[in-house]
Write a protein that binds this ligand. Structure first.
Ligand SMILES: O=C(O)CCC(=O)C(=O)O
Ligand SMILES: [Fe+2]
Length: 309
């Protein structure tokens, strides 16, 4: 079932196959809003190495993790079971570390190689994002570099973040959520999972980025080390006049029995604060990415201190 609604798309020979890849990406984005990338250029070993770095961080004593505290104003840093979901009214059962290029990072003394490995990993994620975003830019009738420039992580006003996530093992998790149902607020999310650490489910069918009614039929996705699960976020849905779909997803643990811990890594392309966002058909009034975030955060996280962007 999951295979049917979430296409697997190969980036092999990207330049030679670009036309074909554009049509596959567009078809996936206009329907499921999710697709799985293979032959993307990050090896399984590199992904495992980044998960090892992530695990080494989460294995630290809380007082060491708290040296990089979550800052509600920037949304960077380490949080522990602190994300209150509007959709569930309860806190997600997870801990996570949000990183931006210029935010505070854990020291290499606490996690050897953290900065170098994680920076390289982010650069690789940026390269893959560039390829996918260039395809969407062409498909929507923008210039090829349009979204690439808008999401350039080397610019000081870029809001893109990497999030390392750890869902602790649980038993009989009835009444709780690892990650309550939500849509992502940025442009494009690259999600890395590990073999057998299941729990991610998606619910296609959203028609407008400004409608927040979720359906109730969720489909589980496979969990594999290697393929990257990619989804469209609300910002790109708005930027495409609702053509590319930002769909609901969630992560759950078993209601009966044991669920092993799950680690995931998400790279959120969240564009540059000062860029103007408007679709080719001008269906919605223009706004800056900074205004977009202020609005999305006010809606999603009204329970928490406003995030300053
Ligand atoms: O951990 C996962 O698989 C999903 C995480 C997610 O959806 C998010 O952080 O937005
Ligand atoms: Fe998400």
């Amino acid at each position: 079932m999951a295979e049917r609604i979430v296409p697997v798309i190969s980036l092999k020979d990207f330049d030679k196959r670009k036309e074909e890849i554009i049509s596959q990406l567009l078809n996936a984005a206009e329907n499921a809003g999710f697709f799985t990338l293979v032959d993307h250029g990050i090896s399984k070993e590199e992904i495992e190495a980044q998960f090892a770095i992530s695990k080494a961080f989460f294995d630290l004593p809380a007082e060491d993790k708290a040296k990089t505290p979550h800052n509600p104003k920037t949304n960077n840093g380490w949080e522990y079971k602190a994300q209150l979901r509007a959709s569930t009214g309860i806190y997600d059962q997870k801990e996570s570390l949000w990183l931006q290029r210029n935010s505070d990072w854990p020291s290499d003394g606490d996690v050897p190689q953290f900065r170098e490995s994680t920076s390289q990993f982010m650069s690789k994620c940026a390269g893959i994002s560039d390829q996918v975003l260039s395809c969407f830019a062409i498909a929507l009738g923008f210039g090829e570099d349009y979204f690439r420039t808008a999401n350039d992580p080397n610019q000081a006003d870029c809001l893109t973040q990497l999030r390392l996530i750890h869902y602790p093992a649980s038993e009989n998790a009835v009444g709780t959520w690892r990650a309550g149902s939500h849509t992502d607020i940025g442009c494009l999310t690259l999600l890395f999972q590990r073999d057998g650490e299941y729990g991610l489910e998606i619910c296609p069918g959203r028609e407008s980025h400004s409608s927040f009614a979720s359906g109730d039929v969720f489909t589980p996705l496979p969990a594999e080390t290697g393929p990257i699960v990619v989804n469209i976020g609300d910002m790109l849905m708005a930027w495409s006049d609702d053509r590319l779909k930002s769909n609901y997803h969630r992560v759950r643990a078993k209601e009966v029995g044991k669920s092993p811990s799950r680690y995931s890594i998400a790279y959120f392309n969240q564009a540059r604060r000062d860029i103007l966002l408007q679709g080719p058909l001008k269906k919605y009034p223009p706004m800056t990415v900074g205004e977009w975030f202020a609005q999305s955060v006010a809606r999603n996280f009204s329970q928490q201190a406003a995030i300053k962007v």
